[in-house]
Design a protein around this ligand. Structure first.
Ligand code: F6R
Length: 610
């Protein structure tokens, strides 16, 4: 949540910062601001709303400088307003900061500062930091920051400038992401690499506790003990700038939905060999002997990633015969699970920065469990914390609603489940070949399906006036019902519930009347007949049925009002195809309603606070 960009070099920092903020807007978008140093004085501009509000304001009255900081905000303390927007300055207008994170002891610090007659401009937790830095400042910004951070509890990624030291930005991180971009005679900071790709792909990921001084021609990083780090690795990022652009699509979300045949393939490429009946995930890290000894699997994640986790329970239990529990990270971390050395804890996170998932991972490590992260962002906090990481390789996901990351997470989970099953002697080579071949053909099948997306547009248009939706599924498609409902509610603001179809009679069926559309996932599977009965029960109470059925299924015609046929695939692998029409349905409904699809209200892409 919140995005930070900073620049020092020969260019106009304002242009670099706007370019970066635009790429980071998915992290928060209720207000934005920029600070630069001009003629040894700080200048700060802020605006409520989207970044283009600030941009147009600055175009009317331009500023130019070779050093600057920018911020896009997702409000935690203090409502979205110009006063609460970052950057924040001290009262003498000498020091300015941008912050991503939460100062947990801010109330106490604020009271202490008020007792010393310090005035406050905003309601934010961040403002205490800048006043403390000023209080601690004598002649070194670095030392003032170092001293201040020892007084602060909580999480932060910080960018700081001081008008008395106009040749440097000081930055620091603890439990919030910050990356330094290394250029030629210029350097950058940002909350994530997408903000920097236009300028450099060489980056250094800061570690928790690091404080760095960024000058145009050099970077000095000190660790938590104040030792200068001489050999911190400079990583070369494989993503390119074009991947973080819309490339002609109206929305990132549509682009990302349509990319899925390719992104699924990129996730399994070089990792599965269907003809040989072999899975090779070199990053997995567990030895064959350890794999045999796994007693339980815990899968922990949030939101859409949690739904991918729910699918994996069916896979790990059915194929590898390993008892599996799936938890929402914010629950797992506080519920005192009985964890032990023989447990494999898998955390799933697109961003790799979700605070609760990161905390759950740290907890699992502290209990000596094997930990594995399934993650999309190289260098993210979760990817660095876990013992082993399997990257999803689906490229940057910018739309706030997760789509392609979900299908890539599923792809990793399929490979993993098949591999574990095979290595534990539960899935023979011939069966493994069969499943891997099914997986291999998925991208082609999705591409075929995507040729008919007009159907989804037409169905979406019929239902835009509805205020409630039910999504029903069973078995592996129950989590897909949850995911379909989540997609609809988060981008269209229509209330939607996902239910295990067999649960309807235990309460929710009371909701059904003529005004209730029911999206039922009824692909061919071992529970096909069961869900058909559930559909009949809903239909006989007046519900309108939108059925997601396997191609060539004729029985469904009489039982439903609208049919979306999806390619026929093995029932365990079907979530990879059933989720696609649900993403599109949500997308088109939101578009018809004129919603801001890529940046829905109240949300942020990376939830870096608890
Ligand atoms: C929904 C969505 C969120 C995320 C959740 C976890 O479309 O994107 O529910 O899935 O915030 O985020 P990551 O996967 O980054 O940990």
């Amino acid at each position: 949540m919140c995005g930070i960009v900073g620049y020092i070099g020969k260019r106009n920092s304002v242009d670099v910062i706007f370019d970066g903020l635009r790429k980071l807007e998915y992290r928060g978008y209720d207000s934005s601001g920029i600070a630069v140093i001009v003629d040894k004085e700080l200048q700060v501009r802020k605006k409520v709303g989207r970044i283009y509000n600030l941009r147009s304001d600055i175009l009317k009255d331009p500023i130019t400088s070779n050093i600057g900081l920018g911020h896009t905000r997702w409000a935690t303390h203090g409502k979205p307003s110009e006063k609460n927007a970052h950057p924040h300055m001290d009262s003498t207008k000498s020091i300015v900061i941008v912050h991503n994170g939460i100062v947990e002891n801010y109330a106490k610090l604020r009271t202490e500062l008020l007792e010393c007659n310090q005035e406050f401009e905003s309601e934010t937790d961040t403002e205490v930091i800048v006043h403390l830095i000023k209080k601690n400042y004598s002649n070194s910004l670095f030392r003032a920051v170092q001293e201040t951070l020892s007084e602060i509890k909580g999480s932060y990624a910080l960018g700081i400038m001081c008008k008395y030291e106009p040749d440097k930005i000081v930055c620091a991180r603890r439990d919030a992401p910050l990356v330094i971009g290394i250029g030629q005679g210029e350097n950058f900071i940002a909350s994530d690499v997408t903000a920097l790709l236009h300028y450099t792909r060489n980056v250094v990921f800061l570690e928790d506790g690091d404080i760095a001084e960024i000058m145009a021609d050099k970077v000095i990083i000190r660790d938590i003990r104040s030792n200068i780090i001489k050999n911190r690795e400079i990583k070369s990022i494989l993503w390119n700038d074009a991947q973080s652009e819309k490339n002609g699509y109206k929305h990132f979300m549509l682009k990302e939905i349509l990319e899925q045949p390719r992104t699924i393939e990129e996730t399994f490429r070089g990792r599965i060999y269907p003809n040989e009946g072999r899975v090779y995930i070199k990053e997995f890290g567990l030895k064959d002997e350890d794999i045999k000894n796994i007693s339980n699997i815990y899968v922990v994640a949030c939101g859409t990633s949690y739904h991918a986790g729910l699918v994996s329970k069916f896979l790990f239990e059915n194929f590898a015969e390993i008892p599996t529990e799936v938890d929402i990270a914010s629950e797992f971390r506080y519920r005192n699970s009985v964890l032990s050395k023989k447990n494999l804890v898998i955390v799933i996170s697109q961003s790799g920065e979700t605070a609760d998932t990161l905390a759950a991972l740290k907890l699992a490590k502290s209990k000596d469990c094997w930990t594995l992260a399934i993650c999309n962002v190289v260098g993210s906090s979760i990817s660095r914390e876990a013992e082993n990481v399997i990257y999803t390789y689906c490229g940057p996901e910018i739309g706030v609603a997760s789509t392609k990351a979900f299908t890539s997470q599923l792809t990793v989970l399929y490979m993993l489940a098949f591999d574990l099953a095979n290595k534990r002697g539960k899935l023979g080579k011939e069966k493994l070949k069969e499943y891997l071949n099914e997986l291999w053909e998925i991208p082609l099948k999705i591409s075929g399906f995507l040729k008919n997306i007009k159907l989804l547009q037409d169905i979406a248009e019929v239902f835009i006036s509805k205020r409630n939706f039910l999504y029903l599924g069973r078995h592996v498609n129950y989590p897909i019902a949850l995911e379909g409902a989540l997609k609809l509610k988060e981008i269209s603001y229509i209330h939607a519930e996902g239910y295990a179809a067999g649960e309807m009679k235990h309460g929710p069926i009371a909701l059904i009347d003529e005004s209730m559309p029911i999206v039922a996932i009824v692909v061919k599977s071992g529970v096909y007949e069961k869900i058909i009965s559930n559909i009949e029960e809903a239909k006989s109470r007046g519900g309108t049925i939108i059925a997601l059925a396997s191609e060539y299924d004729e029985e469904i015609v009489a039982k439903s009002d609208y049919i979306i046929y999806v390619p026929k695939v093995n029932e365990f692998i079907s979530p990879l195809v059933t989720v696609i029409p649900l993403q599109l349905l949500a997308y088109y409904i939101a578009v018809f309603l004129g919603r801001d699809v890529d940046q829905p209200r109240n949300l942020a892409k990376s939830v870096t606070v608890e």
